[in-house]
Ligand binder design. Structure first.
Ligand SMILES: C[S@@+](CC[C@H](N)C(=O)[O-])C[C@H]1O[C@@H](n2cnc3c(N)ncnc32)[C@H](O)[C@@H]1O
Length: 227
């Protein structure tokens, strides 16, 4: 029986899945997450979905090699919407762009249920996802951070409340929980420095063409004050 090892990035997501959850992994590709969770005794069953046949075949191979074909249901489909009738409790959308995750949340109204736990791991444009969550009434309960080489990954734990809220720009761009924990996390200073570097470069480009953004200039000052 094979036991796939989880990357630090996927370990962030795994940590948010509840004991005994009926877990769904949307955009599963290799199905490492559901297989890991079952092998760790955290969950008994899972659904793994993907929109493309190739990744789903990849998932099927992992599930078969782990001897878990009875426990992991594989589903070919677009986003989370095909899961609506299944009664899943914890849903992961990991390793996709932030804007794609927004679209998939939008197209799956059954996720607007406070009992459903959402585990969201954007690979890009995380700020768009955080803005979507706050403006559509999804509480961001927590957000975790890891570093792999020179890359930083974050994972958001969310659920629906129906109550929209606003966040400061620093929270939108870096994640409220990550800011609250601050330097208690060993990679926080490096994460902040990385983000300040990107923002400074963008602002330098804007200033050079006379298109400075006062809002981004303020954000830069806020972030520098946190260092
Ligand atoms: C980079 S892989 C991430 C795999 C895994 N979730 C992880 O985090 O390592 C992204 C996967 O999402 C799938 N995907 C993209 N759009 C999707 C959609 N609309 N519905 C379901 N899966 C989708 C892709 O086919 C691909 O297998």
């Amino acid at each position: 029986m094979s036991k796939p090892a989880l990357s630090a990035r996927l370990r962030l997501a795994a940590a948010y899945v509840r004991q005994g959850a009926y877990f769904a992994d949307v955009g599963t590709d290799h199905a490492y997450l559901p297989v890991f969770l079952i092998q760790a005794g955290r969950i008994a069953r899972a659904v793994a979905t993907d929109v493309r046949e190739g990744p789903l075949a990849h998932a099927a191979a992992t599930v078969e090699a782990a001897g878990l074909t009875e426990q992991v249901r594989l589903l070919l489909g677009d986003g989370a919407a095909p899961l609506a009738p299944l009664g899943v409790t914890d849903v992961a959308l990991c390793g996709m762009g932030g804007e794609l995750i927004c679209r998939l949340l939008d197209e799956a109204p059954f996720l607007r249920d406070p009992r459903v736990r959402l585990i969201l791991q954007p690979m890009s444009r995380a700020h768009k996802l955080r803005l979507y969550l706050s403006s559509h009434g999804f509480c961001q309960e927590d957000e975790s951070l890891c570093r792999a080489g020179d890359k930083f990954y974050t994972c958001i734990l969310a659920h629906y409340t129906g109550m929209p809220y606003t966040e400061r720009d620093a929270e939108v761009y870096l994640g409220r929980s990550i800011l609250e924990r601050g330097k208690a996390h060993p990679d926080f200073s490096a994460y902040l420095t990385y983000y300040i570097g990107r923002l400074s470069a963008r602002l330098a480009g804007r200033r050079a063409v006379g298109n400075a953004s006062p809002r981004e200039e303020r954000l830069l000052l806020d972030l520098e004050a946190l260092l």
